[in-house]
Design a protein around this ligand. Sequence first.
Ligand code: BG6
Ligand code: MG
Length: 223
Amino acid sequence: MLKGFVFDLDGVITDTAQYHYEAWKRVAEEETGIVIDESVNEQLKGLSRMDSLNTILKFGHKEEAYTDTEKAVMASEKNDYYLKLIQNMTPADILPGMKEFLEAVKAAGYQTAIASASKNAPAIIERLGLIRDFDGIVDPTLLRHGKPDPEIFERAAALINLDNSEVVGMEDAAAGIAGINAAGQFSVGIGDPRILEDADLIFRSTNEVDLGAIEAVFNTKDN
Ligand code: BG6
Ligand code: MG
């Protein structure tokens, strides 16, 4: 029986993906000379800060070129740029339809948790005015493995005292859908169906996300 929802943050509740991209693009070019484009950015979605940097360095064939200390400096520099880009976020930055969807989810009595790899997630949720809409936020610093590993989604379900089979996971990234599926949760993808093809149900945009449709397909799969 469906009892709760686990949400990715970036790309599902708000569109910070563009800010992550701008910050990485700047650091990559300034510090390594590697030029990334949107297709590289697609691979970064959902990955932790350091996994993102390693993916960029691999793309530029420079994965062995920097020490851990140098990489830590680049990651911190990226976060400084990112923090500047997100500092003016307000509730107006909630993706279209998601405030209404969250209200419908809470009104129906479901539990909610955030499964974001971002260490900045609590600050962003606060700025969006959504801190009361979530019953739990996974602390990504406790994770042993990043997405596509299921760990973050399993921890999110545990935070709201639910079994994985009772949870819907919502994601905009292929790595996230893989993690939700591996956790044994019902996966809802938001975005391009070609990228999210492994999801149990896909909506092309947050505008289209519909609680009734999710419940209907969840119950079909359940029985
Ligand atoms: C994820 C984003 O939510 O958080 C990734 O999709 C990002 O792009 C990751 O790298 C880590 O975020 P932060 O804020 O801890 O650097
Ligand atoms: Mg995301």
